[in-house]
Design a protein around this ligand. Structure first.
Ligand code: NAD
Length: 348
């Protein structure tokens, strides 16, 4: 059986990545659409063979409850709408896949997790990098200590944006600026690669005065995370510079580097290692896969085998807890400690 997905929100990510990826999935298929634009939905439905009775508006979305072809609701709306649609979606009894960032606040994440637990449905946050082979390989190198003890991480995810009217620049719909949108990749991928949770953060934030793009949300966030054993991650994200997405993990006996780290494709993994007096530098070539299809099939596999997803709701909650500490540190100009207990305890 292929798991049927209802895709909610037909914006760039749905139309350019998710819906095409569903066509290449092995365990998953597109079953229904939910949109606020009937004309756009009709066009998309005809293109992908979705029947008119499997097309829903935001108002009659709750009727998905009666649709036997739908097993999963995939939320691909602006961040500020994730909570409402996850909570309503869980009440239909369907499993939920939710785009990153999970919500606007940690409190919203808690409500979403509680709603899914109450309904007895699975909840996964779409952290595609955790399913991407080059990033998984780098994680393996680091966690197997092939380059010695990890000591330091440099991670940066930057791009430029031009439209101040877009929801990404409205605090209520975006929940923040560069940090929750793209800086989140540095945060989540660093945690994933190290397999550890930060104990403390320290941050610096800036927005150019008078720039309409950054009236409500931050332009740049630069932050450090200290992990157990003293590993420091130096992270940065910017909404007003040329695209740049990379990270490097510096270890005692070598380093591993990822270029185009958080992109949809084109990841480039390399490592350097001391060998006596020689410095070995190696590119590690791996086959490209569709990250979106891999991630979606992972969730379908969890449903078919009744397993917990690798990136459950608690993964999204933990990132929001850390992002709130980052904002607090930037506001107060001092380091902020994180609680030792985290929502992922016993989950991974
Ligand atoms: P988008 O602006 O292209 O699409 C958003 C869709 O939501 C549009 O179809 C829009 O009509 C609809 N919408 C419904 N109510 C709205 C409202 N009140 N205001 C504005 N739009 C509204 O955005 P996108 O880039 O597709 O992002 C959607 C979600 O996917 C976000 O949570 C984003 O963070 C996430 N995303 C994830 C990735 C990834 O690589 N995993 C990449 C891009 C976006």
């Amino acid at each position: 059986k292929r798991i049927g997905y209802a895709v909610v929100g037909l914006g760039h990510l749905s139309l350019e990545q998710i819906i095409p990826a569903l066509g290449g999935c092995k365990k998953s298929k597109l079953a229904a659409l939910v949109s606020g634009s009937p004309e756009k939905m009709k066009r998309v439905a005809e293109m992908y063979g979705v029947t008119p009775q499997n097309c829903y508006s935001y108002e009659n979305y709750d009727k998905l409850k009666d649709n036997k072809e739908v097993d999963v609701i995939y939320i691909v709306l602006p961040n500020g709408l994730h909570k409402e649609f996850v909570v309503r979606g869980a009440a239909t009894g369907k499993h939920i896949l939710c785009e990153k960032p999970m919500a606007n606040t940690a409190e919203e994440c808690r409500e979403m997790i509680a709603a899914c637990n109450k309904a007895g449905v699975k909840l996964m946050v779409a952290y595609r990098i955790q399913f991407q082979p080059h990033n998984r390989k780098l994680r393996e190198l680091v966690q197997k200590k092939e380059l010695g003890e990890p000591k330091f991480v440099e991670a940066s995810n930057c791009q430029s944006s031009a439209n101040p009217d877009h929801w990404r620049h409205k605090l209520k719909l975006a929940g923040g600026g560069a940090l929750p949108d793209i800086g989140l990749y540095c945060l989540n991928t660093t945690r994933f690669v190290l397999g550890q949770e930060p104990e403390e953060v320290f941050a610096y934030q800036y927005s150019t005065p008078g720039n309409a793009l950054f009236k409500e949300v931050e332009e740049v966030m630069s932050w450090q995370m200290r992990f157990p054993g003293g590993i420091i991650a130096n992270c940065s994200t910017h909404y007003n510079v040329h695209e740049s997405r990379h990270y490097r993990v510096l270890c005692e006996k070598g380093w591993a580097n990822m270029d185009k780290a958080y992109a949809y494709k084109g990841q480039s993994l390399s490592r350097a290692k001391a060998d006596g007096k020689m410095e070995l530098h190696e590119n590690i070539g791996l086959a490209e896969v569709d990250q979106f299809a891999t991630e979606i099939d992972h969730f379908s596999g969890c449903i078919l085998d009744n397993k917990q997803p690798f990136t459950p709701g608690e993964e999204g909650l933990q990132d929001h807890i850390i992002m709130e500490a980052i904002y607090k540190s930037a506001r107060e100009g001092k380091p902020v400690k994180l609680a030792k207990e985290n929502p992922l305890a016993g989950k991974k």
